[in-house]
Ligand binder design. Structure first.
Ligand code: FAD
Ligand code: DHB
Length: 393
C-alpha cells in the first residue's frame, strides 16, 4: 500500500489529524493497536479549550459537541473549606471552555472517518517504523485478524501513538532529549450516572489531598481524589470512594452530592514529560507520544489537538510546495507545550498534598495559592492559562 501520510495511533491526535488531512485532500491511513471498543473504553479528559473546539469545527466533527457539550464560564477552587471562583469569561474577555468527554469526541471522529470511507486498521500488531531519515519511509504491521504482514510506503509518518507507543521509542537515543518529573501520587477517578454536585468544576485542596468534581453531562459525573501511588483500584469500593470524597468537600457540596454505582473507576499516575525535538526526518511526534502533563490543568487532550493543528498545516504547506512548516513544526509546538507543561506543573504543585515536603516550601506554596485567589493578577494568570493561550503563529 502507498499513502501520503501513515498515522500511528487512533487516539484524539491521530483521528483529528486524519480528519484535517482528509479535508485538505491528503490521503492517510490510521493504524491502531487496539479495537475501537477498547479505545472508547478509556475514560480520560473532559475539558476542551476554545482552540480545540474551533479545530473540531474545522475538522467537520463539531455538531454533537455543540449540541451536547456544556460551555463553562468559570470554575471554583475550594481551599481548606473556602470557595473562590475563577471567573474565566470575566477575566479573559469572554473566553469559555467546553466540557465534552474524550470518549464522545473520539466516537464523533470515528463515525466521521467511517462515513467518509477512510481506512483505519484496528488491531494492527507489531507496528514498526522504518527509513524515516529518507524520503520514502515505511511502516510495517501484522493484521490482528488474519496474522498477515503488511508494509505501507508513505511520504511521512505521524507518531500519534501515545506515551507508550513505538514511534518515539524508534528514534535513536542520541537524537532525542527527555525532560521528566514523576509525582508521588495518582488520581483515582470514578464515573457515575448521577447529576454533578455543582454547575461548575470544583478543584479542592485539603489536608487529606486534592479532589476534583467534574462532569460529562447534567446526568453524568466524574470525580477524582488524590491517592498515594501504592493504592490499588481493587481496594476502593464505591462506598469507600464516596466517603473519601465527602471528607474533601465543603458542607454546601456535601449537601448536594448524589452518589451512585460507578460505571468506571481507575487510577492514573501523574507525570510531566517532554521529548525534544518532535521531528526526526520524515517522522513527526504529536500528542502524548511527545509529552505528558499531569491532568490538573486539563491540558493533555488540548495539546494533542494543537500539535496536530500545527502538523496538518505544515503538511498542507509541504504539498503546496513549501518545507517551512515542517521545518518549524517542532519549535512551534514546543513553545506552546512548555507553557502548558509549566501551567500543569504549577497547578499540581499548588493544589496537591506532597508527602515529605520541606515545611518551608509547603508554606510558600500555600502563600502563593492565597496570593493567586486574592489578587486580580493572580486569578487572571490562572484563567488565561486554563482557557488556553492564544496561538503565536
Ligand atoms: P492517546 O489517547 O494515548 O492515543 C494513542 C493511541 O495510540 C491509543 O489508541 C493507543 O492504543 C495507540 N497505540 C499505542 N501504541 C501503538 C502502537 N505501537 N501501534 C499502534 N497504535 C498504538 N487529559 C486531560 O486533559 N484530562 C484528564 O482527566 C486526563 N485523564 C487521563 C487519564 C489517563 C489514565 C491518561 C493515560 C491520560 C489522561 N489525560 C487526561 C490525558 C489525555 O487523555 C491525553 O493527553 C490524550 O488522550 C492524548 O491523545 P493522544 O491521541 O496523543 O494519545
Ligand atoms: C477533568 C479532568 C481534568 O484533569 C480536569 O482538570 C478537569 C476535568 C475530567 O475528567 O472531567
Amino acid at each position: 500500500m502507498r499513502v501520503q501520510v501513515a498515522i500511528v495511533g487512533a487516539g484524539p491526535a491521530g483521528l483529528i489529524l486524519g480528519q484535517l488531512l482528509h479535508k485538505a485532500g491528503i490521503d492517510a491511513v490510521v493504524l491502531e493497536a487496539h479495537t475501537p471498543e477498547y479505545v472508547l473504553g478509556r475514560i480520560r479528559a473532559g475539558v476542551l479549550e476554545q482552540v480545540a473546539v474551533d479545530l473540531l469545527d474545522e475538522a467537520g466533527v463539531g455538531r454533537r459537541m455543540h449540541a451536547e457539550g456544556l460551555p463553562h464560564d468559570g470554575f471554583e477552587l475550594l481551599i481548606e473549606g473556602r470557595r473562590h471562583r475563577i471567573d474565566l469569561a470575566g477575566l479573559t474577555g469572554g473566553k469559555q471552555v467546553m466540557v465534552y468527554g474524550q470518549t464522545e469526541l473520539t466516537k464523533d471522529l470515528m463515525d466521521a472517518r467511517a462515513s467518509a470511507g477512510l481506512k483505519t486498521v484496528y488491531e494492527a500488531k507489531d507496528v514498526s517504523v522504518h527509513d524515516f531519515d529518507t524520503k520514502r519511509p515505511r511502516v510495517r504491521y501484522r493484521n490482528g485478524g488474519d496474522g498477515q504482514s503488511h508494509e505501507i510506503e508513505c511520504d511521512f509518518i505521524a507518531g500519534c501513538d501515545g506515551f507508550h507507543g513505538v514511534c518515539r521509542a524508534s528514534v535513536p537515543k542520541n537524537a532525542i532529549a527527555n525532560f521528566e518529573r514523576v509525582y508521588p501520587f495518582g488520581w483515582l477517578g470514578l464515573l457515575s450516572d448521577t447529576p454533578p454536585v455543582s454547575g461548575e468544576l470544583i478543584y479542592a485542596k485539603t489536608e487529606r489531598g486534592f479532589a476534583l468534581c467534574s462532569m460529562r453531562s447534567h446526568t453524568r459525573s466524574r470525580y477524582y481524589v488524590q491517592v498515594p501511588l501504592t493504592e490499588k483500584v481493587e481496594n476502593w469500593s464505591d462506598d469507600k470512594f464516596w466517603d473519601e470524597l465527602r471528607k474533601r468537600l465543603d458542607p454546601q457540596a456535601n449537601g448536594r452530592l448524589v452518589t451512585g454505582p460507578s460505571i468506571e473507576k481507575s487510577i492514573a499516575p501523574l507525570r510531566s514529560f517532554v521529548a525534544e525535538p518532535m521531528r526526526f526526518g520524515r517522522l513527526f511526534l504529536a500528542g502524548d507520544a511527545a509529552h505528558i502533563v499531569p491532568p490538573t490543568g486539563a491540558k493533555g487532550l488540548n495539546l494533542a489537538a494543537t500539535d496536530v493543528r500545527t502538523l496538518s498545516r505544515a503538511l498542507i504547506e509541504f504539498y503546496a510546495g513549501s518545507e517551512t512548516g515542517i521545518d518549524h513544526y517542532s519549535a512551534r509546538c514546543l513553545r506552546r507545550i512548555w507553557k502548558a507543561e509549566r501551567f500543569s506543573w504549577w497547578m499540581t504543585m499548588l493544589l496537591h498534598t506532597f508527602p515529605d515536603t520541606n515545611p518551608f516550601e509547603q508554606r510558600a506554596l500555600d502563600a502563593e495559592l492565597d496570593y493567586v485567589v486574592h489578587s486580580l493578577a493572580g486569578r487572571t494568570t490562572m484563567a488565561e492559562n486554563y482557557v488556553g493561550l492564544p496561538f503565536e503563529d
